[in-house]
Design a binder for this molecule. Sequence first.
Ligand SMILES: Nc1ncnc2c1ncn2[C@@H]1O[C@H](COP(=O)(O)OP(=O)(O)O)[C@@H](O)[C@H]1O
Ligand SMILES: [Mg+2]
Length: 250
Amino acid sequence: MTPVLEWVDVHYRFPASSTPALCGATLRLEAGQRTVLLGRNGAGKSTLLLQANGILRPSRGQVRVAGVPLDYSRRGLQAARRQVGLVFQNPDDQLFSASVAQDISFGPLNLGLSVAEARQRVAAAAARCAITDLLDRPTHALSGGQRTRVALAGVLAMEPRIILADELTSGLDPWIRQQVFAVFNRLVAEGVSVVLASHDLEVARHWADLVAVMDAGRVVAAAPPDHVFADPALRELLGPVAPWGDGVMG
Ligand SMILES: Nc1ncnc2c1ncn2[C@@H]1O[C@H](COP(=O)(O)OP(=O)(O)O)[C@@H](O)[C@H]1O
Ligand SMILES: [Mg+2]
């Protein structure tokens, strides 16, 4: 089966940085897969996700969407972004329109959909993310959890086949978190491949089909959670399960 998304030996260094952020990262994703991307701060998770829809371009290696190498022309990127939706680590990087409805409709209108079609997409995405009551709000008057769901709805409105969520669930209250995972699960059931970059080992263990572990710019493991968590070297790399796990609390 052709992977829906694939990074092949991707290398990348930020212009301002002397050390590479990615140095040979390889990972393949299937349709309808729940992937959790783990790794310490600075391991390269965000950089890897930013390569997937062409915001960043590898200096070496390749990103392939449905088997086809990314085309970095304007049209190519537009086509890629129809397939690959990215929710940024910081929703403030994503929300820039005056109102929530305008913000969510930005992507669909950009795809060339009619105003009526875009409106339908906005309504459907907002309903999924339980933010219908926020549609007329100014984006600057939202709480953190609301911003996160608006950013997610903006990506859903593009109806991508792959959704990459960069630490989306960090800092959400348990109710909203549960709601976001319900949205993910429904997408997965529809065949969408969902990737969540996270530090949450419990989510990786219990929610993921595939756990990908990054370290120093490489994907050092990509396997089902049982396999990853049974490996002592990977466990060591992932750190303690909870701060009180090794006697911190006495
Ligand atoms: N905009 C940037 N400019 C320069 N270096 C960056 C930038 N963003 C990230 N980096 C560096 O790239 C490496 C990977 O970072 P990142 O992909 O953000 O890791 P993670 O998401 O796993 O925490 C780190 O060394 C980080 O300092
Ligand atoms: Mg990051």
